[in-house]
Design a protein around this ligand. Sequence first.
Ligand code: MG
Length: 298
Amino acid sequence: MADAALIERLKNVRGVMFDIDGCLVISDGPAGQDGRVLDGAIEALRYVRDSGRVLCVFTNGTAQSPGDIAAHLRSMGIEVGDEEVFTPSVVAATVLKRKYPDDQIMVFGGPGMLEDFHKRDVNLVDLDKAMAGEKFDTKAVMVGWDTDFGRSKLQIAAEALLAGAELYCASDAPFFASNNRLNVGVSGFIAAGLEYVSGQPREVLGKPSHYSMQVISEYLGHASSEILVIGDDIMLESKMARESGAVAGLVTTGTSSAEDAASCAPEIKPELVVSNMFELIDLLTQADASPHAKGITP
Ligand SMILES: [Mg+2]
């Protein structure tokens, strides 16, 4: 039987954010590529919906667009709508459009990164023209998963940063969970290099940033305190949840272990640790069966 305080917290949960890699699926590439569904993932999403809660899934990868990720997850049996998939590019396009409504933004990344900026009509620096020597003016440089980042892009990004633009990064997690080996993160690698050459510190917009938590909270329509954030990496999901007052959950099918949870700093420690998604369903079932569970439709 789980601890009464935790059950009390879960009783008030109205929305759930699931991480993808290492939480719902495990694979050899970002967002479930060539992967398999983890135990209880399909059932956990179903339980959350059937309990009257809202949900979203969030990967820190920006190699693919939310629509492509959603289609891939659905092909594996994980039922999510396109609009329920979040990546740092969704957060970045939302946050940077608000922060710099009248300015051009310099964005690095492939179609997976750019689609959300086009969707929100963000004014972007034309990289080809900038690399060809055309003058540009930008207040923000955003770095996502960009496998074509080379000398020419380094030059224009560094020029923008040295002229005072702020540096933003999709994710600076060094690795993410996969089947046989750790996957190396790309955007953090590039942003750390740009920080080195320009002296401009990078700010992460993906997990575990407060920007991500805010965009999720707005989408789910609930305050952070009514949202459960669950994932396999203490430094991403648990940290983000704890810093915003959301319920922090760790599933030990990916990066962080139960031992990591026991020994991590108290301020980022997950409030619940499960070894698979079936155990999460058990906890939510207990919460929903407990007296005074409010507003949940079984
Ligand atoms: Mg993960």
